[in-house]
Write a protein that binds this ligand. Structure first.
Ligand code: ADP
Ligand code: ADP
Length: 226
């Protein structure tokens, strides 16, 4: 369960303080899929980075299952628009990296990596290097990597933003399939309203200058959700 309470985030810039997020409060229940929707620059990434622990709010706090977030942790899997895979590691090594860092043994980490590569349909590419894969495949590796620590929370920042329309819609369906298996709590940043409607249980809308939450809307769609 994610609780962000009254978050302000002010960046110090050359032109003085810049308020990216103002008085943002947000509750996400376990297993809920919530999209954070709004125009570019409205503060979505900044608010998500507070939940991730990359950025410390100027005011307010983020709680994860009642615990204050102070830094990133393996309980939060992250997927970015730019996949940020290690180019010098193979696909499988990229996915195994998180578990290894979390202290899982080499053999177990390898087996976890295989499991998640199979889940995203990339078993055949385990020994390939990321740069040899297409953009969509690289994002699937990114998702496998984010899931490999069995995080309770999945934070996704425009993960499909750089993909062509067809790949994007395939990835959206893949993501829902995967999510229905793990039921992680998901916070998904997008500026695409159709994507938000297709994927989420709830849409939280932000507006710029300063970044405020202006609406919090349940989504009702005639599509199967198990
Ligand atoms: P979004 O994700 O909705 O596109 P961001 O959270 O990336 O928006 O940015 C919100 C605002 O904060 C923008 O005006 C952006 O330029 C500014 N901003 C983001 N990161 C920084 C930073 N590190 N330093 C200064 N300003 C920033
Ligand atoms: P988004 O795709 O969310 O809009 P951006 O492309 O705006 O992200 O920002 C990419 C990176 O640059 C982020 O790490 C953000 O914090 C940083 N950034 C954005 N705006 C500024 C700014 N005005 N000054 C410094 N860093 C910024």
């Amino acid at each position: 369960r994610i609780s962000a309470r009254d978050i302000d985030l002010v960046f110090a810039t050359a032109n003085g303080p810049h308020r990216a997020v103002e008085a943002a409060s947000l509750e996400i229940q376990p297993g809920e899929f919530v999209s954070l929707l709004g125009p570019s620059g409205c503060g979505k990434s900044t608010l998500m980075n507070c939940v991730a622990g990359f950025v410390k709010p100027t005011r307010g706090e983020v709680l994860l299952d009642g615990q204050a977030v102070v830094k990133p942790g393996p309980d939060r899997g992250m997927v970015f628009q730019q996949h940020s895979l290690f180019p010098w590691k193979t696909v499988k090594q990229n996915v195994a990296f998180g578990p290894l860092m979390a202290g899982v043994g080499a053999r177990e980490a390898d087996s976890v990596a295989r499991t998640f590569l199979s889940l995203v349909g990339l078993s055949r590419y385990a020994s390939a290097y990321p740069t040899t894969l297409s953009g969509g495949m690289q994002q699937r590796v990114g998702i496998a990597r984010a899931l490999a620590n069995y995080p309770s929370v999945l934070l996704m920042d425009e993960p499909f933003g750089a993909l062509d329309a067809q790949t994007r819609s395939m990835m959206q369906e893949n993501l829902l399939e995967i999510w229905s298996e793990f039921k992680n709590t998901v916070l998904f940043v997008t500026h695409d309203i159709d994507e938000a409607v297709f994927l989420s249980d709830r849409i939280v809308v932000m507006s710029a200058s300063p970044g405020r939450i202006i609406a919090d809307i349940p989504v009702r769609l005639a599509r199967p959700r198990t």
